[in-house]
Design a protein around this ligand. Sequence first.
Ligand code: ADP
Ligand code: GLC
Length: 468
Amino acid sequence: MKVLHTSFECYPVAKVGGLADVVGSLPSYQLNLEIDSNVIMPYYNNSYVKKQKLLSIYSGSINLGEKHFNYVIKKILSKKIKYSLYLVYIEGLLDREFVYGYDDEINRYLGFQLSVLDWINRNSLSFDVIHCHDHHTSLIPFMVNNCYDYSSLKKVSTIVTIHNAQYQGQFSHDYIKLIPDFDVKNVGLLDWYGSINPLAAGIKCASRVNTVSPSYMEELKEKANGLEGLLRSESNKCLGILNGIDISFWNTETDSMLVKNYKLSNVVSGKKANKKKICDTYGLNLDLPLFGFIGRLVGEKSADLLPQAIREVLEKNESINVMILGSGHKEIEEQLIVLKEKFKGKFNAHIGYDEKLSHLLYAGCDFLLMPSRVEPCGLNQMYSLRYGTIPIVRRTGGLKDTVIDIGDGGFGICHDQASVWDIKYSINRAAELYKDKKTFRKIQKQIMRIDNSWTKSAQEYMNLYKSI
Ligand code: ADP
Ligand code: GLC
């Protein structure tokens, strides 16, 4: 079985969020199942790509409406990446430093997809499945089924994995000329409420559609930013497959980003050394429980509730520390900066993206906050479990599927509402748990043993591929 993952992110080449972690790690586990798993993504002009040895394997060209672009498929030659990883180089269109945030993103997404299909088509490459991740690549199922240029690819099966249905990539029908010719009577397959909607087209045209957790699929059928009816009507080809994590990379015994590696037998001293590094660097108190938050500072993550919740807790409760790592909405960033001044010694925040600090926080924190309003899967809670940090989550999407409350015989702290009150209540529960050292240590060890690796889910993807 030969599979090609198409994605705009893949760790370690380019990462904005969990999409990169998933596309970067699932293929390695698929190789273990003897799936010939490959990844293709844009060539970015970033420091990682610049350092790689690249082999140009094919040059071709595409037309995007009136414009003509040459593309080159380059293969990364790295012993560290086990699967074949290809980059699409298009001068002036894809070779930018960042993944998102450009005005011509419609052209970027389409230019990438057209180049991938042109490369497969002209070289008669025999992929059994093209696995498309999120809206950036989810016009591929429509195009293989309908565009005359790719008629020889009709037999290829396609999967669309929805990592986040909030973002659907809609654009106006004025851009229809960017899509290679097809029978106009099929234009309805592209349309959703008067726009070309790549995610909706992917749901309609892919052989199978999955979300990154079972609960998220059920939630989307009720509320999906306008796609709920479509997901209900296509439900016979839709399912949820929970993300996994790469446990050889997210490994406390070998993680080179930690100041001290540790395992079950020395978890207490190991976590303490990492916590000390955080506390020394950010002026926090080693003796108090440390609560961390890592993520995008956006409404989906309930990051807007954090400043008030933290302020109210710290005003009343002298005995906790909080450390935030993230960036996003400017107002939230500004509120956090104000809190840093007000609660020096108890609260700190690093505004920005810092992979190394994120690993240190997973290891050194006692609790990790994830009060998300929406969480299609969430990887942070799985990393934190593996690093012995107790997750505090809102019961939604993948958080609901991976964290069970201590009160229900589980190992985490869960709440139902995305509210300041719920977050405060959960923090106070955690602070009480921290005082009960025996139970706290027992849970720390229990969570490190949970297997959230890709092993089970990679098999579920295998079953999905086989079913088509
Ligand atoms: P999402 O993809 O919605 O942002 P996930 O929980 O799936 O959420 O994955 C987030 C990934 O991005 C994790 O690997 C997390 O450690 C990482 N991450 C998020 N924000 C930051 C940041 N500011 N610095 C470093 N890593 C971050
Ligand atoms: C998205 C979701 C997140 C999920 C990730 C990887 O970014 O927001 O919940 O874990 O994709 O699938």
